[in-house]
Write a protein that binds this ligand. Structure first.
Ligand code: MLT
Length: 255
């Protein structure tokens, strides 16, 4: 599994799980402002970026979470980590928290949701995944890009994200899309999660709206919600400094 790391190797581990269809560079700008006190790990999930793990028809959120704990175990098999996931990375982070909560010190969920896809959305994803080898990533980017950003997000940021989408492996993207269509409902699990949790959402996110994330935060006993101004679905790239401050304050409090 390919990953980049920054900060102190003796610091507490914070694992950053990117969304769909992105890679670890989603965190690049905000990572620069996260400081040196913690051990920050930015992997490419299976089928994305430079990770070369085998990809089948479907990559489930459970498989991504297993890869994540395997990676943590390779780095330090006793560590209690903070897992931070954005959108699809959030689905994976919730799966991780359900199964490996005893290895966690906290959870950060960004621009994500607990509910599964409605049947029509799940069917759409499967059709989109099956067509992807023919339609290509540019078509997927064309569908996704108009919904990803706040209206005021600068064109160079939009171009960086566009390029990130275009360089992902088609089979990895299709398998993850099918995996998201199968993800289970995490709503009933939220009240059972006792760890400190930070919920972050771009104020202008139309994919995972802030109003819904606020409701989600209210269901987790030890959660707080932070809205990021001037950001849509991708606060770490649209408002990297603001995003980093929110994350850093949370980490400094819990570690
Ligand atoms: C993401 O950013 O990871 C996607 O919007 C997730 C999704 O398609 O549900």
């Amino acid at each position: 599994m390919y990953y980049e790391e920054t900060g102190s190797k003796t610091g507490k581990i914070v694992l950053f799980l990117h969304g769909f269809p992105f890679d670890h560079t989603l965190w690049q700008e905000s990572g620069k402002s996260l400081g040196d006190s913690h051990h920050l790990i930015f992997p490419d999930l299976r089928g994305f970026g430079q990770t070369n793990l085998p990809v089948t028809q479907v990559t489930t959120m459970s498989q991504f979470a297993q890869d994540a704990i395997d990676l943590i175990d390779c780095i330090d098999n006793t560590a209690r980590v903070v897992v931070c996931g954005l959108s699809m990375g959030g689905y994976v982070a919730m799966n991780f928290a359900r199964r490996f909560g005893n290895r966690m010190a906290g959870l950060i969920l960004c621009d994500t949701k607990a509910q599964p896809d409605p049947e029509s959305v799940a069917q759409n994803r499967k059709r989109r995944a099956d067509a992807l080898p023919e339609t290509g990533l540019d078509a997927l980017a064309g569908v996704m890009l108009p919904n990803l950003f706040a209206p005021q997000t600068a064109s160079d940021i939009r171009e960086t994200v566009h390029a990130m989408i275009l360089r992902q492996p088609v089979n990895g993207v299709a398998a993850a899309d099918r995996g998201m269509a199968e993800r289970p409902d995490a709503t009933d699990w939220l009240p059972t999660f006792a760890m400190p949790t930070l919920m972050i959402c771009g104020e202008q996110d139309t994919i995972s709206p802030a109003s819904e994330m606020k409701l989600m935060a209210a269901k987790i006993p030890n959660a707080r919600f932070t809205a990021i101004p001037n950001a849509g679905h991708l606060p770490p790239v649209e408002a990297p400094n603001y995003f980093a401050i929110a994350v850093k304050n949370f980490l400094d409090e819990i570690f």
